[in-house]
Design a protein around this ligand. Structure first.
Ligand code: SAJ
Length: 415
């Protein structure tokens, strides 16, 4: 199958890089987003998210005329849905963005089109998507009713890229291709082979959905193990980071790193999609989520204990992002902890975050909070709380060690 034009629905952290990379392969790409500001930004050759080199690739694609953004879907050979799939208050998946994406491009679907769902989705969503499209286009046939003879081919091909390394991983990672039937997989593989250097591995749509959720749950469960160890070791007076280093010398042990909790928009979300579909069986996966979600409160309690024990009330927080060396604050446990510290109002809160220039919400609402550099924070604060292991902070290890009152959630002192 040859693709002269591809439409990407949703120009966020996954959709935009995918659109830009496809366009860099000289395929005509039309990106669709409901946000007019996003559309205007991209059409100017700029970007609205932070990801290394994405600005360059996007600008080049727009200038060369291969990438264009719009708010209104238009006909294309393939449609790639890359919209968010958050969860609701009760941890139930919210697939309403996928449903409205389908609603928006269904009118321009044509016989012979390929539709790909890239959004991380609960098992069964690809089949559900086929039903939504069929509902809106009774004149076309779809794989769930017409199998390999259908007019439209549908597949789930989950994204697996690591924020901060998206452009490299988009091209180099292996890709799971979950067609609703072999013909659908064949068409989807042909699209991904235009830019993927890794293998395109074919499976069913349901397995592909579960595969993505499994990858992130695997990481969540293993981080929960490390976080649980950190709380046990704290009680027993053992340095957990030294312990993990020692245990990892065993040839079949590879424990991840404890931290202040799990952030980002994937690992703390996706396991709930498994729990939602299989609540009685997903006991370990649910507990891992609960362990990781409890960690920010545990760190906050450590800070409260330090305030009570020392009587010091000026507190410096090192790092706000959800992981080191990026500027992404989404679902960041560090941001949540810093906010809780500010809210407790013990005294001044000094924030050190080399990757951002202005106080983010909700920290900008507090009068006792200011951004400072590391030296000033170490000098002025009575308690230092290390929340993110940014590379810049390792320079200050000796100062942290000399300070006398440090809550180190990332093991910076033990590395
Ligand atoms: N974390 C720890 N300890 C560790 C590793 C990570 O506490 O040993 C924390 C981080 O500090 C961060 C959170 O976990 O708060 C998540 O960070 P991450 O680097 O593990 O993952 P993400 O969320 O940036 O990206 C993940 C990746 N999935 C896997 O590695 C299995 C990525 O490949 C996925 O594409 C992405 O989720 C996604 O979009 O689903």
């Amino acid at each position: 199958m040859k693709f002269n034009s591809v439409s990407i629905i949703g120009l966020g952290y996954i959709g935009l890089p995918t659109a830009a990379v496809l366009a860099s392969r000289k395929i005509k790409v039309v990106g669709v987003d409901i946000n007019e500001a996003v559309v205007e930004t991209i059409n100017r050759g700029d970007i609205h998210i932070v990801e290394p080199d994405l600005d360059m690739v996007t600008r080049a694609a727009v200038m060369a005329g291969y990438l264009r953004a719009t708010t209104r879907p238009e006909p294309a050979d393939a449609f790639v849905v890359a919209v968010p799939t958050p969860f609701k208050r009760d941890h139930q998946p919210d697939v309403s963005y996928i449903e409205s994406a389908c609603r928006s491009f269904a009118p321009v679907l044509q016989k012979g089109n390929l539709v790909i769902l890239e959004s991380t989705s609960p098992v069964g969503t690809t089949e559900q998507m086929a039903e939504w499209l069929a509902r809106d286009r009774p004149d076309l046939t779809f794989p769930h009713t017409h199998g390999e003879k259908s007019d439209v081919r549908i597949a789930h091909c989950p994204e697996r890229v690591l924020p901060g390394q998206v452009l490299r991983e988009l091209v180099q990672n292996n890709r799971v291709i979950g067609g609703m039937n072999p013909k659908c997989s064949e068409a989807a593989s042909a699209l991904y082979r235009t830019f993927v250097e890794g293998n395109c591995i074919v499976t069913t749509a349901r397995t592909a959905e579960m595969c993505k959720l499994t990858e992130n749950s695997y990481r969540d469960v293993n981080i929960a193990f490390a976080n649980e160890l950190s709380m046990i070791c704290d009680r027993l007076g053992i340095d957990v980071w030294e312990l993990i280093r020692l245990a990892n010398r065993h040839p079949r042990v590879n424990i991840l790193q404890p931290g202040p909790g799990v952030g980002g928009h994937c690992i703390a979300v996706d396991p709930w999609f498994i729990v939602a579909k299989s609540p009685d069986e997903a006991r370990l996966i649910r507990t891992a989520r609960e362990v990781n979600d409890s960690k920010p409160k545990w760190v906050l309690d450590k800070v409260a204990n330090a305030v009570a024990a020392t009587g010091r009330t000026t507190i410096a927080c090192f790092g706000l992002t959800f992981k080191p060396n990026i500027d992404d604050l989404r679902e960041s446990p560090a941001l949540a902890i810093a906010t809780d510290i500010a809210r407790r109002n013990w005294g001044d809160v000094l924030l050190v975050e080399p990757n951002i220039r202005a106080l983010p919400r909700p920290l900008d609402q507090f009068s006792n909070v200011k951004l400072v550099d590391a030296k000033a924070a170490i000098r002025e604060a009575g308690i230092l709380v290390l929340l993110v292991d940014h590379r810049e902070f390792f320079e200050y290890r000796a100062d942290f060690a000399d300070h006398g009152c440090v809550v180190d959630s990332r093991g910076i002192l033990s590395h």
